[in-house]
Structures are given as structure tokens and as C-alpha cells.
Ligand binder design. Structure first.
Ligand code: ADP
Ligand code: MG
Length: 746
């Protein structure tokens, strides 16, 4: 469709943002609104609130300071004035002229100078005046005005989008096809699609402003519901289809139970027993198992998985376990060997990872293919190396959120064989309602209990300047025959070639130089960026300490005399395995590492986890790292060391870590701080990328959508017409293929 304002060049820019059709553009919703019907008066502002203000430009000035040029804009209403400040604001010079009307949006802060308040780096928009065209004035003045995220520089900013979307809505007036049944909309009291799209972009007079800001107007709710409904309907169908497929009916005879009991090194917790019970019930059923085993770090998922794998092996099938890293695969391999030593069956266990040499790989593939290996442990190599199993009965995937491979399992079985059961393990403590709705095609088992005898981990936050005390503490723990981890955000030097580097998704961390949070005085900016920031590590360009450099430093300096190992993603698999084994056997006291150890590493004698530059790590990462200690009975410690700059978001993360050890609580906070897209690592997890829904904000609508989707699949409303039914299915197919990319053929 031709859209006014969108030529080939612009279309290209839009495509880069994932906007390929007119519909995509219409579903690009405003991220906030400005109430320009009833603008705020400057003298009623309160310090600390975030506000949108319309005022007159009084003057502006560019202050050239030693570090960063600062642009100051003074706006006013009558006698009240507001100062707006932008760092590095050279680009704003000459943009404003006295007498213009401008809308600014930002956090109101007290001001020490002559103005009443100030805003730092506010968003702004010069309002049209009589010289601008009527359309612009119509869309921007005297109404609730939508504000959009830019789709490409200043060219495709809010103003451009308002016009294009306005024109688009005019063109499609009366012809936007409805995709939900009328009866359903009527029952839920939601507007039709066209009305919803129009109102969400250009809210009619009288729309509740707080509902707009909360994305909870009827128009918003309709569009969010629509998106979630098609997600849930798709999941519901997948679930149904799975139930119709032929799986393996494993037997759980006394002999099988005895085989499991034989190898158990400890009494399972109640939660472990319950989870295993649920898994075995699935395995005995005629349809394939698709189950998610969720449990916080240290809750003991591994042993449950091994038990399930024993059930498969006792039934004469192969079992495969796929781990996200080589280190973890190796650890599972070693643990499995140790565990199954006691088994009278003595299954053959093999390890397959990408870094094995070709001969080894070929040999291992042969063992698997001929059925001579019963338990197969590996990394992605299991699906990448064209492994063909002889009789695959069960696949266990550890830490699924690290790589979304769920849909690729079918490649692993021989044609004409029943589908293997799949068990996915995750330590991401997804809130239960979310898990149920999102992994709607998986059943859920939860380990909500830690094995007995754990003592809480003592967590402390210290400034990097006090590192001497930290190293002293590490020495003391080692003297008590304990072991320690010291973790760094980078392997060495600059950050580009760091495979496991996964910085916290903190946009503030990327701002250079950072926006100061202190009050600044004109021309005196030297204290904005404390000296320490530059001097912390003059050698490293990034200003970050790295594992390789600190390994050397600690070995020859503060930790001299201790046995220190180094572990990071750039070592080859053999080296990694050697270091890991040494640490596991207690032949290394201190392991200097990167986040390669984040997931799953299990050394109960390690009691200290030191994280340097803790401000750079995400909450989930910190929680995972801390989960590496406190696995035995001895008291464990987690020391979060910070660099000279800690953003407010990082501040919140660190405080939360000190405050609680509860993975669910941390996950909830993480979800709020980062937003669901980043929390779930959407793409990696193969989870849908939402256009309008927000999983935290819209949980209730998600529940509603789930209910309605099940209802629709079971027994559609009597009033449903054939045309409506066809449209729902067409829309379902389209949205799953385009948006979620999860569609399994057949
Ligand atoms: P995670 O859920 O993080 O994968 P693991 O399976 O690695 O946890 O288990 C954590 C530690 O707890 C391991 O050392 C494991 O041997 C131990 N463990 C697991 N279950 C029990 C239990 N029921 N009793 C005692 N220790 C257990
Ligand atoms: Mg684990």
C-alpha cells in the first residue's frame, strides 16, 4: 500500500526497524502522551515528579566547559522560569529562538540559580506556530498528543510519525478488517480493531490521561488482548497437537524404581520427589512429554534429570542431555559417571562437544548411532553435528533460556520412530502465571525447596578501593581449606572479542560520559567525572579490570602463594576441563574467571564468590554467580565489588542482591527493571517479541487471553460466523509465522 510520506529511502529505514507493512506502522504505538489540552502550569510543579510542560522560550546559551559543552535553555510562563540542561548539547545551539513555544518533558529538579526548577536532558518538541501547516497544528496543539519512539534519527521522529499515521488512518477508514469475533469483543466490552487503532494514536477528547499513560484505555486493552489471544491460541493448539502424537510409553516397573534408588546419593527433597513423580507420569503416558523443570539455583535439578534418564535407559532407550556450555556439559558428564558407577547396569556414557577433534566426534557419533552409548551428554554439538540416535527416548535440555532449540528436536530421531520425551530445565525463576502462559505448550514442575543443610549466603557490597581487605578475606578462607571464585566482566583488554561477555542491559552503562546525578554549577564540571574513573586502570582502554590481567596481578601480588587458576571462554575445551577438574578436586584454591562459570558449576567446597565490577552485571547473572557458592554446609560469602561509577539502575540491582537471596523476588525486580523483552532474552529463548503487550504490565490480560483462547479452541461462541472463524485462523497463522517464528510444520 502506498503511504504518504514513505518513499523507498524511508521504507528502507523503517524496514531496519522491523516495520515492513502499513499494519506494522499502525501497531507502532506511542510510548507516552502529552496532555496539551490542559497543560501544566510551571508554578504547580513539584520537585521529583516527571512532568510535561509547555512554555515560552526565553533564551539559550552554550557553555563551553573543559569536559563537555553544556547547552542551557530557559523557558518561562509569566514570572516562572524553568531551566533545561543538556550535556554535549552543541547540536542544540541555534535551534531555539525567544518567543517560540516548546513542550519539554523530564524530571523536575530543584534549581539553585534564579529559575524555580530545572530539568536535565529533557525531551522536547518545538510546537508549531501560525507559520506551520494546519495539519501539524491540528495534530500537536490543544489535544492529547502521542509521542513516539523515533524510527530513525530526527527525520522519523514523533512529528513525522504523527503525520504518517494520521494519514494512514484516514486512508483505511472503514476498511480495517476485524480479526476477533464480534461476540467475543462484545462479551469483553472491547472496541473493534479500527476504533482501537485510531484511539490509541489519537485519543479522543475526554480519554483518561492516567489510563493512557498506563496503556489501559479500552483501545490499548483491545490491541494487547488481540496480540496475547493469538499467542495463547497458538500455544493451545500446539498443546492439543502434542497430545495427539505418538510418544513412547515407558514402563516404571519395580525393577526401574530399584535402579533409580540404587544410585541416589542422598534423600531427595519433597519437591524433587514430586517433580520426578510428575515426570514419570508423563513418561508412561502415550503422548510425548514436554515438561519444564523450574528450580532456583542449587535446588537440585540435575539429580532429577538423571533419574528420568535412568527410566529411559532401563526401558532400553537412549537418553541425551544438552548443556549450554562445554564446561557444564563436562561437569554433567563427570557427575553422571560418578553417579552411575553404582548402577548395576553400567550404561555407556559419552560426551559430545564442538571442540572435540574430528576423529573423536566421528567415533562418538558411531557409538550413538549403533546404540552402543546409552547416555549422551553434550552441547549444541548434539544438534549441530548431525548425530543420529539409535533409539532416542528422552532429551533433557539444561538452561533452556540460553538457546531456543526446542523446535529442533525432531531432527534427532530416526524417521518412523516415536517422538522422544523432552524435559527442559531452567533456573530462571519465571513467575508461575507467566511460565504457564508463556510456555503454554510445556507442562510445569517446580522445585520450590532447597536441599537441607544450606546456610544463607552472606552478601556484601564493597567499593573496589577496599580490595586489599577483600583479598585478605579470601586468604583467610583458603587457610580454612575453602575455595573461592573471583569473577570479571571481560576476558582481557577491550570488550569486543569476549564471547561470554553479557553486560547487564543497562542503557546507562553505555552513556559516555555519564549524565551526572549531582547538581552542577555553571562552568565547573571538573567534579562531574571523578578522577578515579580515568585512573582506575590506566592500562585498559575500557577501564575495566579483566580476568587475564587480574589473574596475573593477584598471582604475583595480593594472593601470592595461593594456587590460582584461570578460566574463561577462550581456553580450548581440554584446558577448561583440566582447570575445572582441578578446582573440583581442590587442587586450585582460587579460580579467576569470567561468567563462563555463571551457569550450573557445582563445587560445594567453594565458599567465596567475589565479583569485581559487579555494577556491570545483570541481576539474573549476579544471582546465578552467587548460586555457585553456598552449596555445601559451610557458611558462604558473596562480595560484590564496584567500580567508581555506579548508575542508579545498577544501584538498585546491588541493593536487591544484598537484601534478598530469593530467586523469584529477584526475578520480579529484574523483570521490572529490564522489561520482559530483555528479561527473557526474547530471541535466544525463542519467545515471542511483542508489539503492544508487556508481560509484566499486562499479566491480567494474559490470563484472560489464555482463558478465551482455550474456550475458542474448545467450543467457539454459538454466534461465530464461518467468515469470522476463517479470519481468526488466518490471523493466527500469520501472526505466528511473522512474529513468533515458532511455527512447527505438521
Ligand atoms: P541446580 O538446580 O542448580 O542444577 P544441582 O542439581 O547442581 O542444582 O544441585 C545443587 C547441589 O545440591 C549439588 O551439589 C547436589 O549434589 C546437591 N543436592 C541435590 N539434591 C540434594 C538433596 N536432595 N540432598 C542433598 N543434596 C542435594
Ligand atoms: Mg543445574
Amino acid at each position: 500500500m502506498y503511504v504518504k510520506g514513505v518513499g523507498p529511502k524511508v521504507a528502507e529505514m523503517l524496514a531496519a526497524k522491523g516495520i515492513l507493512t502499513a499494519e506494522d506502522l499502525l501497531y507502532h504505538l506511542p510510548f507516552r502522551y502529552e496532555d496539551r489540552q490542559n497543560p501544566r502550569s510551571l508554578d504547580e510543579l513539584k520537585s521529583g515528579e516527571t512532568a510535561s510542560v509547555i512554555a515560552e522560550v526565553r533564551g539559550s546559551i552554550l557553555l563551553r566547559t573543559r569536559r563537555a559543552p553544556i547547552f542551557e535553555l530557559t523557558v518561562g510562563q509569566g514570572r516562572c522560569v524553568l531551566k533545561c540542561v543538556w550535556f554535549n548539547g552543541t547540536y542544540l545551539n541555534g535551534k531555539f529562538h525567544a518567543g517560540q513555544t516548546v513542550a519539554v518533558y523530564g524530571k523536575v529538579e530543584p534549581s539553585r540559580s534564579s529559575s524555580n526548577f530545572k530539568m536535565i536532558q529533557p525531551q522536547f518538541e518545538l510546537l508549531p506556530d501560525a507559520s506551520d501547516d494546519a495539519e501539524t497544528r491540528l495534530l500537536e496543539v490543544g489535544r492529547i498528543t502521542p509521542v513516539y519512539e523515533s524510527l530513525g534519527g530526527s527525520r522519523l521522529a514523533s512529528r513525522w510519525q504523527r503525520k504518517v499515521i494520521f494519514n494512514l488512518l484516514e486512508r483505511v477508514r472503514g476498511v480495517v478488517p476485524e480479526c476477533l469475533p464480534r461476540a467475543l469483543l462484545a462479551r469483553l466490552n472491547l472496541p473493534d480493531r479500527e476504533t482501537a487503532l485510531r484511539d490509541v494514536h489519537f485519543p479522543p477528547e475526554g480519554t483518561s490521561f492516567s489510563q493512557l499513560q498506563g496503556s489501559s484505555t479500552p483501545a490499548h486493552r483491545r490491541l494487547i488482548f488481540e496480540e496475547l489471544f493469538f499467542l495463547e491460541l497458538g500455544l493451545e493448539l500446539k498443546r492439543r497437537r502434542m497430545r495427539e502424537r505418538a510418544g513412547i510409553e515407558f514402563a516404571a516397573t519395580d525393577k526401574v524404581r530399584e535402579a533409580i534408588r540404587e544410585v541416589l546419593p542422598f534423600h531427595p527433597t519433597t519437591a524433587q520427589k514430586r517433580a520426578l513423580g510428575e515426570i514419570v507420569t508423563d513418561m508412561r503416558a502415550a503422548s510425548p512429554m514436554r515438561r519444564l523443570l523450574q528450580g532456583d539455583v542449587g535446588s537440585g535439578k540435575t539429580i532429577v534429570a538423571f533419574q528420568a534418564m535412568l527410566v529411559a535407559m532401563e526401558n532400553g532407550y537412549q537418553a541425551a542431555l544438552m548443556a549450554p556450555t562445554e564446561i557444564l556439559a563436562t561437569q554433567h558428564f563427570l557427575a553422571a559417571r560418578k553417579l552411575l558407577e553404582r548402577s548395576s547396569r553400567k550404561p555407556r556414557i559419552v560426551l559430545l562437544t564442538g571442540s572435540l577433534d574430528e576423529d573423536r566426534k566421528r567415533h562418538t557419533r558411531g557409538l550413538i548411532n549403533r546404540g552402543e552409548a546409552q547416555l549422551i551428554i553434550g552441547t549444541h554439538a548434539l544438534i549441530e553435528e548431525k548425530v543420529e540416535f539409535d533409539r532416542l527416548g528422552l532429551v533433557v535440555v539444561d538452561e533452556q533460556h540460553r538457546f531456543g532449540v526446542l523446535q529442533r528436536f525432531k531432527l534427532m530421531k530416526k524417521p518412523n520412530q516415536p517422538e522422544p520425551d523432552v524435559l527442559v530445565m531452567t533456573a530462571t525463576p519465571i513467575p508461575r502465571t507467566l511460565a504457564l502462559s508463556l510456555y503454554g505448550d510445556l507442562d510445569l514442575s517446580v522445585l520450590d525447596e532447597l536441599p537441607p543443610g544450606r546456610t544463607p549466603i552472606v552478601t556484601r557490597r564493597v567499593s573496589g578501593e577496599r580490595s586489599d581487605e577483600v583479598w585478605e578475606f579470601v586468604r583467610k578462607q583458603v587457610a580454612k581449606k575453602r575455595q573461592a571464585y573471583i569473577v570479571y566482566p571481560v576476558i582481557e583488554g577491550t570488550k569486543d572479542d569476549q564471547p561470554e561477555l553479557d553486560f547487564s542491559h543497562d542503557p546507562e552503562a553505555a552513556i559516555e560520559p555519564p549524565a551526572p546525578h549531582k547538581t552542577t554549577r555553571k562552568g565547573k564540571t571538573a567534579d562531574l567525572f571523578p578522577k578515579a574513573a580515568q585512573e582506575a586502570n590506566p592500562a585498559a582502554k575500557s577501564g575495566l579490570k579483566s580476568a587475564v590481567e587480574m589473574h596475573e596481578k593477584l598471582r604475583t601480588g595480593p594472593l601470592a602463594g595461593l594456587r590460582i587458576g584461570l578460566l574463561h571462554g577462550r581456553l580450548d575445551a581440554d584446558e577448561k576441563e583440566i582447570v575445572m577438574r582441578q578446582f573440583q578436586r581442590g587442587e586450585i584454591d582460587v579460580l579467576v574467571a569470567t561468567t563462563v562459570i555463571e551457569v550450573g558449576v557445582d563445587v560445594p567446597n567453594a565458599t567465596v564468590m567475589v565479583v569485581e565490577h559487579a555494577e556491570r552485571f545483570g541481576l539474573a547473572q549476579l544471582h546465578q554467580l552467587r548460586g555457585r557458592v553456598g552449596r555445601g554446609a559451610a557458611r558462604s560469602y558473596c562480595v560484590l565489588m564496584t567500580g567508581p561509577r555506579v548508575s542508579p539502575l545498577a544501584e538498585e540491582r546491588l541493593n536487591a542482591m544484598v537484601r534478598t537471596q530469593d530467586g523469584f523476588e529477584l526475578a520480579e525486580l529484574d523483570l521490572t527493571l529490564r522489561g520482559p523483552g530483555e528479561f527473557f532474552g526474547t530471541r535466544q529463548a525463542g519467545l515471542p517479541d511483542f508489539r503492544v503487550a508487556n508481560l509484566v504490565r499486562d499479566r491480567q490480560l494474559l490470563e484472560l487471553a489464555k482463558l478465551e483462547a482455550a474456550r475458542f479452541a474448545n467450543q467457539p461462541d454459538a454466534a461465530l460466523t464461518e467468515a469470522e472463524r476463517v479470519r481468526v485462523w488466518a490471523r493466527l497463522k500469520e501472526s505466528w509465522q511473522r512474529r513468533y517464528g515458532l511455527v512447527e510444520a505438521g
